[in-house]
Design a protein around this ligand. Structure first.
Ligand code: FUB
Length: 342
């Protein structure tokens, strides 16, 4: 285990840029932080970025990660412990490459790690691995979750005990290749190329009681505007791209996500875990780096957003995770965060 000190003060790099928060760890590159509070401690399940020497392309081939580390801390400004390798791609029987953004859940004494990876046919699937400890090591199931596809699983457990997986991502995340319900290897590498049609939706499915399977057919996560009309594919400032997350506040369901090529973290609110979700606005303006990805968690009465940028490397595939407070207005709307400071 390694420990790092962290504070939540604004920092600047050698070029004089201002950053709202500083990296939580600096001896490995980390991204896509999914944070949870288990037994009063914060556990973070990030991607572990590496320099794999793969050329950059629109498919995200340069994000060639091979394992996951779990990080933890007992307070937001406290020491961060790196618990080492929790699972390696070589220990996942079905996986070929690219361990992308994971998430975790806890139920009945077992911790579940959910993760996307390309299978041996180079198709993204979502796997699950289990452990009796929040920090692993995690043991992978022999096969990906049946019926799973694309990337970025986020598992939300509602007050009634039902757990739902939100997932999906367009472009390199391959969601557009599943538009007909079957994988089309020759499908577009970006989106459906029809800006006037409703945008591709994130997906949601309730998980089985054992947390290892989908318990129902996968459904669309519909995001609509204030008039109830689906956001269109050409609406790049607002439409879903990847990195979905669900949290509940005052009885409302907040679905938040990245807009990808326009680099916003946006959110939409609904009355049920299935939506529809009405677009509300931007949670975070663009960070340094192409990707933006987050999680939202309540800890000791305050809400926090974990996110990443590229402060340490200034390279889009070598990212570092950060945290800052998430503030809300009295009506439940979220204040927009400026990650480069003010
Ligand atoms: O880390 C690889 C990919 O980059 C994630 O799956 C996306 O959400 C983006 O952050």
């Amino acid at each position: 285990n390694k420990e790092n000190n962290t504070t939540e003060t604004a920092t600047g790099d050698s070029t004089g840029k201002r950053f709202l928060s500083q990296p939580l760890v600096s001896d490995i590159y980390t991204a896509d932080p999914s944070a949870h509070v288990f037994n009063g401690r914060i556990y973070i399940y990030p991607s572990h970025d590496i320099e794999a020497g793969v050329a950059e392309d629109d498919k995200g081939s340069h994000f060639a990660m091979r394992d996951y580390h779990v990080l933890s801390m007992d307070s937001i400004n406290g020491k961060v412990t790196d618990h080492g390798v929790a699972i390696d791609v070589k220990d996942v029987p079905w996986a070929g490459r690219q361990m992308w953004a994971p998430d975790a859940a806890f139920k009945n004494g077992t911790y579940y790690l959910y993760f996307p990876a390309k299978d041996k046919q180079d198709v993204f699937r979502i796997g699950v691995a289990t452990s009796k400890s929040p920090t692993g090591p995690f043991k992978a199931e022999a096969n990906p979750i049946p019926g799973s596809f694309s990337i970025d699983p986020a598992v939300f457990t509602d007050a009634d005990g039902n757990a739902y997986m939100y997932f999906g991502g367009i472009w390199g995340g391959q969601l557009q290749k599943w538009a007909t319900g079957k994988y089309d290897a020759n499908g577009s590498e970006t989106d459906l190329k029809n800006d006037k049609q409703p945008a591709l939706s994130a997906k949601v499915a309730r998980l089985s009681k054992d947390m290892l399977r989908f318990d129902e057919p996968v459904k669309d996560v519909q995001i609509v505007d204030k008039d109830g009309k689906p956001l269109l594919a050409g609406d790049h400032d607002r439409r879903f791209f990847e990195g979905g997350w669900m949290h509940k506040y005052n009885g409302k369901y907040y679905f938040s996500y990245s807009t990808g090529d326009t680099h916003y973290l946006a959110y939409a609110v609904g009355d049920s875990p299935y939506g529809p979700f009405t677009y509300q606005g931007v949670i975070m303006n663009p960070v340094q780096g192409w990707t933006t990805h987050h999680s939202i968690v309540e800890f000791k009465g305050k809400w926090y957003i974990f996110y990443h940028d590229t402060e340490l490397s200034n390279k889009t595939h070598l990212r570092n995770i950060k945290v800052t407070e998430l503030k809300r207005n009295p009506d439940g709307t979220i204040e927009t965060i400026e990650p480069m400071g003010k």
